[in-house]
Design a protein around this ligand. Structure first.
Ligand code: PDD
Length: 262
């Protein structure tokens, strides 16, 4: 897989890039990230992704010298240098390079990693199957950190079951999926979990709500359970890389399919 990588001021072929062992992202996952897609010079919703990256860094106290403009300029540099036409960008800001001590109070710097790789953007509404599983993540889900083990395990569990995504259940309510948000359409209303520390404030989720409102639907940011998934007219799964997908099955039982046309 080709592409390009930027690490602390230097550009590399994506396959050649190396990160020093001392990067706190390696020992502690002490880093935040974001993911974007783009075409030509247009990095989709770049401002919103950059704002979320800075929010994530700020929330866990990663001190850095980057303004939103600096980050945008670096993303542009990486995209231009890559000569890619349709791409996916990963950006990661880690706290420091240091010997392995848990506390970070003596941290002085940050490491910035950006990669761009070819990515085909699918605009058709894909149909997907879900499994449900317990949400075993901690309470920082609104911060996009690289601590993704529960999402990794749940994604493998979904794949093992022949499914595409895992939907998380916490205290009897649906939160989100392993790497997407989930919403349902019931009648003329779109329901989705309210913003809190148990879901990521998804940028595609926000655009779904804005689009639904401007098309005359009502939107309610309210918790719902697995029973509502089965009663929903549509089960809608959103993420930057896959845009809007419609779930047809949860745990092998048919759901939705009563409103969106594929
Ligand atoms: N995933 N929830 C989680 C836990 C996510 O990891 C993601 C994104 C989303 C959707 O957010 P957005 O619409 O802003 O992409 C919700 C990215 C794409 C990933 O890690 O691959």
């Amino acid at each position: 897989m080709g592409g390009i990588a930027y690490y602390n001021g230097e550009l590399f072929d994506r396959n050649e890039a190396r990160i020093p062992l001392s990067d706190r992202a390696i020992f502690f996952g002490d880093a935040v990230y974001d993911m974007m897609i783009g075409e030509g010079g247009n990095i989709h919703q770049a401002d919103e992704h950059i704002a979320r990256l800075l929010f994530s860094a700020n929330t866990i106290g990663i001190k850095h010298r980057y303004s939103a403009e600096d980050i945008y300029d670096l993303l542009e540099l990486v995209v231009k240098s890559s000569s890619l036409n349709s791409y996916r960008i990963y950006i990661q800001l880690s706290r420091d390079s240091a010997s392995r001590e848990h506390s970070y109070l003596s941290s002085r710097g940050t490491n910035l990693l950006i990669t761009a790789e070819e990515y085909r953007i699918v605009r058709d509404i894909e149909e997907i199957k879900l499994i449900s599983t317990e949400d075993r993540r901690y309470r920082f889900c609104n911060v996009k950190t690289v601590n993704l083990l529960p999402a990794v395990l749940a994604s493998a569990e979904a794949e093992r079951a022949g499914c595409d995504e895992a939907v998380f259940i916490r205290d009897g309510f649906i939160t989100e999926c392993a790497h997407s948000n989930i919403s349902i359409l019931l009648g003329d209303t779109v329901y989705t979990h309210p913003l809190s520390d148990v879901i990521l404030p998804g940028i595609t989720r926000r655009h779904l709500l804005l689009g639904a409102l401007s098309s005359g639907f009502k939107c309610r940011e309210e918790r719902f359970g697995i029973g509502e998934l089965f009663r929903a007219d549509e089960v809608i799964v959103t993420s930057t890389t896959k845009l809007l997908r419609r779930a047809t099955h949860v745990d092998g039982a048919a759901v939705g399919g009563r409103n969106l046309s594929a």
